[in-house]
Write a protein that binds this ligand. Structure first.
Ligand code: PLP
Length: 407
């Protein structure tokens, strides 16, 4: 008899995006003439930067000619891309990351999902609430949790992000072995200061823990005093892994390219308490299970680091930031407590009702789709997330309609 992995049965059916889709389609059926503005999902809307497109095209042409054709590439990614990343994203800022510590992949989603398999099943994990659901579900699948009760799994230490702590979770009183952090945060848009990250790094040293730092939105940070990388904190390279992606800065959500930085100094421990470099485990994992990202895609990503590429990425992210600013300003003027919207494409809004009721109100009265905060965890129950990923014109229109509805 072929038995299933029973852990899959513990997964709460994730109704969030299908629930949203069902309510939206129901509404459009009843209101066929009403134009709906979607500020719900976290997907970019603008085209790839022209610099990326040019490199993408010429790399495809190389594949058409036997003299320049490439087959399997290095599992860790081509050196041309890893070197540009180390140089432009880290060395330039004085951060001691080398190209052989960079692993190219087809997404930060896969990497943040897969990384947990190099650690023991018996570790304790600390996961923020609200959160990007991938971190929770992959640990459920791996068998690190019990069943779910009241939107919480037994066996997870929930790191609550609330108004009281400015949506940056406090250090837990108990030791936690593996800690997930994401700044600028999805869904709250909050950003930890250097002092706050230092507390986590110190905690990880003290408790022999490891931090998984998801920096998928670092490109939206404009305030220079805020950390864009966990490696800005001294000693973080011994206790942290950082995830980055070309999805949100350069619009690669459908093109697929990301990278993970595993410093050679980063350590975990074997059953005898001996220190083991995590780099060697991740290299082994990737070279066994992954065959790399396609050559044209890596060339397209490389173009992000040319001078035109940098300018175009800056314009792209500035565009979304302007949307975010408008959302933040309007919602704050309407009297809502908001976080995010600065240095982040998301605005996290405290409603005066249950998050699904707030969602329904905005859909039915304003024709605007947001994301109910409860979909990201228990701490999101009174909140909604509004995303800046749309055209400025649509954001203006959406905010005007919300204003009419709520004022
Ligand atoms: C969008 C996003 C990513 C990026 O995922 P990709 O697989 O690289 O597209 C990673 N983490 C968070 C929290 C995100 O919202």
């Amino acid at each position: 008899m072929i038995s299933i992995n029973e852990n899959y049965n513990k997964l709460k059916a994730s109704y969030l995006f299908s629930d949203i889709a069902a309510r939206v389609s129901d509404y459009s059926k009843k209101n066929p003439d009403r134009e709906i503005i979607k500020l719900g999902i976290g997907d970019v809307t603008r085209a790839l930067p022209p610099a990326c497109i040019d490199s993408f095209h010429s790399a495809v042409d190389e594949m058409a000619d036997e003299s320049s054709f490439r087959g399997y590439g290095p599992e860790q990614g081509y050196a041309f891309l890893r070197e540009k990343i180390a140089e432009n994203d880290f060395c330039k800022y004085g951060l001691p990351i080398t190209h052989d510590e960079v692993f190219i992949s087809d997404g930060a989603k896969c990497d943040t999902s897969n990384i947990q398999e190099i650690f023991s099943r018996d570790i304790t994990i600390g996961i923020p609430d609200p959160v990007y659901p991938v971190y929770v579900d992959t640990n459920v699948m791996a068998g690190r949790t019990g069943t779910s009760r009241n939107s919480r799994y037994d066996g997870i230490v929930y790191l609550e992000s609330t108004r009281e702590n400015g949506f940056v979770p406090d250090i837990p009183p108990e030791p936690v072995d593996l800690i997930y952090l994401c700044f600028p945060n999805n869904p709250t848009g909050a950003i930890a200061t250097k002092e706050q990250l230092k507390q986590w790094v110190d905690y990880a040293h003290k408790n022999r823990s490891l931090i998984l730092f998801d920096a998928a939105y670092e490109c939206f940070i404009r305030d220079r005093s805020l950390p864009r990388s966990i490696f800005e904190i001294e000693g973080a390279d011994e206790v942290s892994i950082e995830f980055r992606s070309f999805s949100k800065n350069a619009g690669f959500t459908g093109t697929r390219c990301a990278f993970t930085v595993v410093p050679k100094k980063c350590r975990a421990f074997d059953k005898n308490g001996n220190s083991v470099p995590v780099h060697q485990l991740w290299l082994r994992r990737q070279s066994t299970k992954f065959n790399g990202v396609s050559y044209p895609v890596q060339r397209a990503a490389e173009a992000v680091y040319t001078s035109e590429g940098k300018r175009q990425v800056r314009d792209l992210t500035d565009y979304y930031l302007k949307n975010a600013e408008l959302i933040l300003q309007k919602m704050a003027t309407l009297g809502f407590l908001c976080t995010g919207g600065k240095n982040s494409p998301y605005v996290w809004i405290k409603g005066d009702r249950d998050s699904w009721e707030f969602f329904d109100l905005l859909l039915e009265k304003a024709g605007v789709v947001c994301t109910p905060g409860s979909g990201f965890g228990k701490c999101g129950e009174q909140y909604i997330r509004i995303s800046a990923f749309n055209t400025y014109e649509n954001v203006q229109k959406a905010m005007a309609r919300i204003e009419d509805t709520l004022k």
